[in-house]
Design a binder for this molecule. Structure first.
Ligand code: ADP
Ligand code: MG
Length: 370
């Protein structure tokens, strides 16, 4: 078993205001973040990500529950006594100080010797690949460089855990993508624990060892990127991470290895996933657009294991690498299929009003009961 860096046990945070309603920003959150892990809190704006991070940093105290860092309870431990450092989205650099003064600022407070300080500041600037910028002022740097300085300032204290609150949010897309990979490499190199906050699902999938998906103060699912994307536990998770299809269904049989479901008037068999209490339970079936195939009725090979429905092309949108088709099914439900442009599928292959067969593998469908 690997060592735990940060644990949250039944943590609640309620903000009370005398003239307003209480806000339950964090509700019964349980996390066990491993040492050396790149762990991401992912969710829409206002779901409690920053509050969770501030509870770990010590800027907020839990209303209920406990935060432990490296096994030690943090009740009453002030932020500066915790082995963590935070990098914020808005850099928060001192404009009148040089880069090296900004980076060394925390060390000055900690009374580190002059030589030691110089060495550590230079090492931190080397690490973020800004060795030449020591004497410049923040205003003489680009947004990306300022973010690197903010990172160096956090790393110079050699924290066990680095907390990053949407640190790339202010950067343009291309720079952000580069910085994502750089941050990930740096985290692996230093073997630090990163707790990273973002509302960008692609960023979370790219960087994380594990992701906790949050909504309205709750953690809905924790898992590796592939689990979160391929096996969403709830409708919210499926919907928030990437694009997906939902179909209404009814469980009509529970076998030992399969679940029989009625969907768009057709009976299909899926590999058994969840336990459903009784027959005839209403369920939602979800399948990713890239897992949906389209064929012409005359050329569709009705292989026993595929699930297929007849449909009609309602919309075809060419988006370069893919074409996104909207297919109308017999019961007025629709499915989105994303077909990659390839030798087997030329853009424009299917046109509006073409009758088609949509199909998928049973294992690519998830059943959700929400
Ligand atoms: P996120 O970082 O996911 O966008 P936050 O943790 O900042 O979400 O906020 C969660 C909820 O708590 C929001 O409804 C927000 O308005 C509320 N909130 C955060 N901080 C405070 C505070 N100091 N006082 C009152 N409400 C707050
Ligand atoms: Mg936030």
């Amino acid at each position: 078993m690997s060592e735990l860096a940060v644990e949250l046990s039944n943590v609640f945070k309620t903000f009370s205001a005398s003239n307003a309603r209480d806000v339950n920003a964090v509700r019964n959150v349980n996390l066990a973040i491993r040492a050396g892990e790149f762990f991401t809190l992912l969710g829409p704006s206002g779901c409690g990500k920053t509050t969770t991070l501030r509870l770990i940093a010590g800027f907020e105290q839990p209303t209920r529950g406990e935060v432990r860092i490296q096994g030690k309870p943090m009740n009453g431990v002030p932020p500066y006594r915790r082995p963590v450092n935070t990098v914020f989205q808005n850099y928060a650099l001192f404009p009148h100080l040089s880069v090296q003064e900004n980076v060394g600022f925390g060390l000055a407070i900690k009374r580190v010797s002059k030589e030691e300080k110089k060495k550590r500041v230079q090492a931190a600037l080397d690490l973020v690949e800004l060795p030449q910028a020591a004497d410049r002022k923040p205003s003489q740097l680009s947004g990306g460089q300022q973010q690197r300085v903010a990172l160096a300032r956090a790393l110079v204290n050699q924290p066990a855990v680095l907390l990053l609150d949407e640190p790339l949010g202010a950067l343009d897309l291309k720079l952000r993508k580069n910085m994502q990979l750089e941050l990930k490499h740096m985290q692996e190199l230093l073997k630090l624990t990163f707790i990273y906050v973002t509302h960008d699902q692609e960023e979370a999938l790219t960087m994380s060892d594990r992701i906790a998906v949050m909504s309205a103060g709750n953690v809905l699912q924790i898992g590796a990127p592939i689990e979160i994307y391929e096996k969403p536990a709830t409708r919210f998770v499926a919907d928030f991470i990437g694009e997906t299809n939902f179909l209404n269904g009814r469980v009509v049989e529970m076998g030992t290895a399969m679940t029989g479901v009625e969907v768009t008037g057709k009976r299909i068999n899926l590999p058994r996933q969840n336990e459903f209490p009784t027959n005839s339970v209403n369920v939602t079936l979800t399948v990713r657009p890239e897992k949906v195939g389209i064929s012409r009725p005359e050329s569709f090979a009705d292989e026993a294991k595929r699930i297929s429905f007849s449909g009609v092309i309602r919309e075809a949108v060419y988006i370069g690498t893919d074409t996104r088709y909207l297919v109308g099914l017999s019961n007025a439900e629709t499915l989105v299929a994303r077909l990659q442009s390839s030798p087997g599928h030329r853009p424009g292959e299917y046109a509006i009003d073409d009758p088609v067969i949509v199909w998928f593998e049973p294992g690519d469908i998830r059943l959700l009961t929400e």
